[in-house]
Design a protein around this ligand. Structure first.
Ligand code: GDP
Ligand code: GDP
Length: 455
């Protein structure tokens, strides 16, 4: 299954090489047993053997990268959802609504040998309301004799039924042509962004916290390659630094090396530079001067990392200049000023003496691993089922929103979508987030929980 590696990230991520717009998202929807999984496997070019009805074998992944006729897109597989949901009640229509929410276009699969059922018709109404383009796949048309069954599905009012046999591949090319034709070039729902190469690190911090000393310390005896990205602009320069036996790309280091001291608007330019670096980076190391009180600017930089949705390591630098009293106050300042990011990883370092600088690598690894984490849909819903059973949402005004289903819409950072029958209070959403962290970790990465209300 590894070649089907899940795609990461929602839009807005990658400004470096391999930068790409979010891929359009195509969801495959339909009643159980119409052949959704078989069709998804067919589209992905997986072998038939992968489809099985072995109890307990769940397909946890929801998003896959696929391509057809040179067009890349993300495929949403709803096939395993019924089987994955534990303790939560997800009807076919709800499942379709979830899928539609995540998709730019939909392939609606109907079993042509059975014909349109009342459930199919309910899903059609929902698809119509969504306004998403729909391709109607009349499945299990294994040979020409089945074509008449397919034609009968004109009655659904979704336009021409495309006869396919997911099992044998008959007609699936025509169906994909039709799907590609209605998929937008760029996703409106926020698809994945591809990227490769060494992991990209932004080294951030207000002036004089020790960024250039840290860069020198890290580069130190190791090999440093200065890589003028794209070679167009003279300013942003990435450096490839070898740490822990691997290369890391420190993005936009020219600003650190050059030490430009603007007098006017220095804050504004520093903030722009920070944002630009964050756009390109996957993880940020924010350097703080442990020997001095935390400043507003420090806090602002940390917030920018969180808002950009990047993994975060806080490096308390100049540790060699701290005494016990200072360290005591520092802890108070952290509790007071950095409460928003209790999940950030922390190292206490000295760029000048080299103290604990080697601890940056495991911190970066952990943060990135959290940032990349995908919680399987089955696990997530088992977790939500238990959470809801033990701590139901409080009743407000005689109403109690019910959680239907959850899915992780993206990684990098992990973003969760919870579907509920009513608005969930902010306190309850934070509770879900806290429990998610307690259960699954995510040290060093921001996570996001959003709620979609369903009737
Ligand atoms: P899902 O529940 O919608 O994901 O359906 P599956 O992909 O698991 O398929 C349900 C059953 O229908 C399986 O036994 C498949 O082998 C079978 N099936 C799927 N597509 C076809 C097809 O094109 N022709 C025939 N004859 N059987 C199919
Ligand atoms: P930048 O503006 O963030 O790039 O900061 P610099 O690397 O230029 O450092 C500013 C000053 O702090 C310089 O005088 C450094 O020598 C000093 N400095 C940086 N890191 C440390 C450290 O870990 N310990 C001590 N004692 N001084 C440091």
């Amino acid at each position: 299954e590894e070649d089907l590696a899940l795609l990461a990230g929602t839009g807005g991520g990658d400004g470096g090489e391999g930068a790409a717009a979010p891929l359009p998202v195509l969801a495959v929807v339909g009643r159980p047993n119409v052949g959704k999984s078989t069709l998804v496997n067919r589209i992905l070019g997986r072998r038939e053997a992968v489809v099985e009805d072995v109890p307990g074998v769940t397909r946890d992944r929801v998003f896959y990268q696929a391509s057809w006729s040179g067009r890349d897109f993300t495929l949403v597989d709803t096939g395993g959802w019924e089987r994955n949901v534990s303790g939560l009640d997800l009807r076919v229509a709800e499942q379709a609504e979830v899928a539609v929410e995540l998709a730019d276009a939909v392939v609606f699969v109907v079993d042509a040998t059975v014909g349109a059922t009342a459930t199919d018709e309910a899903v059609v109404r929902l698809l119509r309301r969504s306004g998403r383009p729909v391709v109607l796949a009349a499945n299990k048309v294994d040979d020409a004799r089945g074509e008449a069954d397919a034609a009968a599905l004109w009655s659904l009012g979704l336009g021409e039924p495309i006869p396919v046999s997911a099992l044998h591949g008959r007609g699936t090319g025509d169906m994909l042509d039709a799907a590609i034709a209605v998929l937008p070039e760029v996703s409106a729902v926020g698809g994945p962004v591809l990227g490769g190469g060494p992991r990209r690190v932004a080294l951030l911090g207000r002036p004089n916290v020790g960024k250039s000393s840290m860069l020198n310390q890290l580069a130190g005896s190791e090999r440093v390659v200065v890589d003028p990205t794209a070679g167009t602009t003279r300013d942003p320069v990435d450096e490839l630094v070898e740490l822990g036996g691997r290369q890391w790309r420190f993005v936009d280091t020219a600003g650190i090396r050059r030490r430009v001291h603007q007098t006017r608007g220095a804050d504004f330019y520093a903030s722009l530079r920070t944002q630009a670096a964050l756009e390109k980076a996957e993880v940020a190391v924010v350097l703080l001067d442990a020997s001095q009180p935390l400043t507003e600017q420090d806090v602002r930089i940390v917030s920018m990392v969180q808002e950009a949705g990047r993994a975060l390591v806080l490096a308390y630098n100049k540790w060699d200049l701290t005494d016990e009293e200072r360290r005591h106050y520092l802890e108070r300042e952290i509790e007071r000023d950095l409460v928003q990011t209790p999940w950030a990883l922390r190292v206490n370092v000295s760029a000048v003496t080299g103290r604990h600088v080697e601890k940056l690598v495991p911190a970066l690894d952990t943060a990135l691993e959290s940032w990349d984490t995908r919680v399987p849909t089955g696990k997530l819903n088992a977790f939500l089922g238990e959470l809801v059973a033990a701590h139901p949402h409080p009743v407000r005004g005689g109403r109690q929103p019910r959680i239907l289903f959850g899915t992780q819409a993206s990684t990098r950072p992990p973003r969760f979508v919870v579907f509920a029958t009513g608005f969930l209070e902010a306190g309850y959403r934070r509770f879900i987030e806290r429990r998610l962290r307690e259960t699954f970790g995510f040290a060093g990465s921001p996570i996001e929980v959003s709620v979609r209300v369903r009737e």
